[in-house]
Design a protein around this ligand. Structure first.
Ligand code: BTN
Length: 269
């Protein structure tokens, strides 16, 4: 008998999640999570897929993943979780921090020294030694409920040699980097446990959260070109402020950005 990768009962027992759906394959866990968000399933609800056929990234991007990746989405009820709309823009950074911490702890459990290799690429990627190991997609489903969907994809054991050529240089999997295979369930449990803690810090206004995303900001000190949709400011990154905005020192002065994609990063050191 093949042991299932994910034990739904254990996840519900050991984490703050109240409903768990495990699928062999889905087009996108975020799409399924949005369906759940429109109903009244007990929340937080979790949707896991062993494979996604149409995983989504930010904008019109697709999320490539193969067997061995961890892909899941959480549905949170903002009122039950006491997360007012002012905090929603900080959710993906908070989730990114949780992933950094969880992967770091996991590496230590396997006696691999993580060094300072795990960082946040504002606003919603996690990098492992300069390459993307995790992407996060936070979506607000249409009303009536005040629900939030947090979709997380982590390259755990998937082999990047099978990835499209444009991803091979910019992405990395935890397993390939560490030369080990990890249990996806262990990775998931660690992320969920850490995310629950970090959500508590977010709602209580704990300043250590913003200190941590500042420390983990991989863009800090680099010259960054930001695609904001409208224009492309260039400046030296001074980090991420308490509200989650990226700070660039540009020729026009110090500017804050709440959204955008860093398209070009030059290491000036
Ligand atoms: C990005 O890098 O632009 C975000 C990628 C987010 C991917 C995850 S995988 C689980 C969840 N389901 C999706 O369709 N997307 C997110």
């Amino acid at each position: 008998m093949v042991t299932p990768l994910f034990d739904a009962e254990r996840i519900a027992e050991e984490t703050f999640v109240k409903r768990v759906e495990v699928h062999d394959e889905l087009p996108s866990t975020n799409d399924r999570a949005i369906e759940l968000a429109l109903g009244d399933a007990p929340f937080p609800a979790l949707v896991i897929a062993e494979r996604q056929s149409a995983g989504r990234g930010r904008g019109n991007n697709r999320w490539w993943s193969r067997a061995g990746a961890l892909t899941f989405s959480l549905v949170l009820d903002a009122d039950e979780m006491r997360l007012p709309p002012a905090l929603w823009p900080r959710l993906s950074l908070t989730a990114g921090l949780s992933v950094c911490q969880a992967l770091e702890d996991l590496l230590r459990d396997h006696e691999v020294a993580p060094g300072d290799h795990l960082g946040l690429k504002w606003p919603n990627d996690v990098h492992l030694q300069g390459r993307k190991v995790c992407g996060i997609l936070v979506e607000v489903p249409p009303r009536p409920g005040r629900r939030l969907v947090v979709g997380i994809g982590v390259n755990v054991n998937n082999e990047l040699s099978q990835a499209p050529p444009e991803l091979r240089a910019s992405a990395v999997s935890l397993g390939e980097w560490a030369g080990l295979r990890f249990q996806q369930l262990d990775v998931l449990l660690k992320i969920l446990t850490q995310f629950e803690r970090d959500l508590n810090d977010l709602r209580s206004g704990d300043e250590s959260l913003s200190r941590r995303w500042q420390t983990r900001c991989v863009l800090r000190g680099h010259t960054v070109t930001l695609n904001t949709g409208g224009h492309e400011p260039v400046g030296t990154c001074e980090g991420i402020d308490d509200s989650g905005a990226l700070i660039l020192h540009t020729p026009a002065g110090r500017q804050r950005f709440l959204a955008g994609v860093a398209t070009r990063i030059v290491n000036d050191e």
